[in-house]
Design a protein around this ligand. Structure first.
Ligand SMILES: Cc1cc2nc3c(=O)[nH]c(=O)nc-3n(C[C@H](O)[C@H](O)[C@H](O)COP(=O)(O)O)c2cc1C
Length: 330
């Protein structure tokens, strides 16, 4: 079986190992959402540190989908040159890069977006927050087009692919979860209806960037809240998104978020293993993976093809080297 340091080809991208830097918001963009030197340095350090792939932090596709005041945004063409600088700098360090695209829905604050938040239904997240306004069907289409336009800009900027954020209680997760989607129209009612919006986003993005472009999806495979998405639902959702053209499934938590309170090492690896058995595209595992040994075991056991190292890589930009020593490699 391949291990953590075995190379892998994904949809034409050559990765030197299975270590992924997962999307992690830095909150260091300009107020407009523009790339800064600080952000470029931050990613270049991790690229030089030896990761196989970088997924750049969540980037809002429309101003009303912004999560935080200094978040990256790619909602207009003027922002492309900054993203091109970032992609070029990561590539110069020999690492492919993917850009994560997001709409926060009700997981933001009206003071951040300058108006009422929006969601599938007019109910707050079970984890708290403001009461959003229910999106009209034509507004849903507008958001789909915004994802597609942002993806087109990411491609133009030189990114090797985009990741659609469908996890952590953000808008796509809000549509997919029965806890936050109480709609009675074609975007609700059952799994087919609740997945309509995420699947239309994927289709819309594909129509813009082409079916060969690397499309990742961060799947909220398990809400871990009574009445929400279960891992059985997550597996069905994974099959639907792969069928719609997703090339890599990045398995994480749903409404509970990315870092549940009592997180255990390899938190979402069991969910990744379930998804991996059901789909024929590469799968990423994440969640408090801090040692080379655990990361290597996840790959060797066949639970996932790639492992995402989040906070450990923020602490130690040379984590891949530390991990190699951990498992007795040069
Ligand atoms: C500071 C910080 C920012 C994050 N921002 C994002 C983000 O932009 N998009 C996303 O999908 N997950 C985000 N996450 C979640 C991470 O990608 C990852 O799933 C989580 O931290 C668990 O992995 P870890 O235990 O290795 O840190 C963030 C996590 C941290 C710590």
């Amino acid at each position: 079986m391949p291990g953590l340091f075995s190379p892998i080809e994904i949809n034409g991208l050559e990765l030197k190992n299975r270590i992924v830097m997962p999307p992690m918001e830095t909150n260091k963009a300009t107020p407009e959402g523009c790339i800064t030197d600080w952000i470029i340095n931050h990613y270049v350090k991790r690229a030089r540190g030896g990761v196989g792939l970088i997924i750049v932090e969540h980037t809002f596709v429309l101003p009303n989908g912004r999560f935080s005041p200094r978040q990256l945004g790619l909602y207009k063409d003027d922002l492309i040159p900054g993203f091109r600088q970032l992609a070029d700098a990561i590539h110069a360090a020999g690492v492919p890069c993917i850009l994560q695209l997001n709409h926060a829905g009700s997981r933001t604050k009206s003071e951040v977006i300058g108006g009422q938040t929006v969601s599938a239904s007019a109910i707050p997240l079970p984890t708290g927050g403001e009461v959003p306004r229910e999106l009209l069907a034509d507004e849903v289409l507008e958001i789909e087009h915004a994802f597609a336009s942002a993806a087109g800009r990411a491609k133009e900027a030189g990114f090797d692919g985009v990741e659609i954020h469908g996890a952590h209680g953000f808008l796509l997760n809000q549509f997919a979860s029965p806890l936050t989607n109480k709609r009675n129209d074609e975007y609700g009612l059952d799994m087919t209806g609740r997945m309509r919006f995420p699947l239309e986003v994927i289709q819309s993005v594909r129509d813009t960037v082409g079916s060969d472009y690397s499309l990742f999806y961060r799947l909220g495979a398990d809400d871990m809240i009574e009445g929400g998405i279960t891992i059985e639902d997550g597996v069905e959702m994974a099959k639907l998104i792969v069928n719609a053209g997703i090339k890599v499934v990045d398995v994480s938590g749903g409404l509970i978020g990315s870092r549940p309170p009592e997180m255990v090492p390899g938190q979402f690896a069991p969910q990744a293993a379930r998804v991996k058995k059901a789909v024929d595209v590469p799968v990423i595992a994440v969640g408090l993976i801090t040692t080379g040994e655990l990361a290597d075991d996840i790959v060797r056991d066949g639970d996932a093809d790639l492992v995402a190292i989040g906070r450990a890589l923020l602490k130690d930009e040379n984590w891949p080297r530390t991990a190699a020593m951990d498992i007795g490699l040069e």
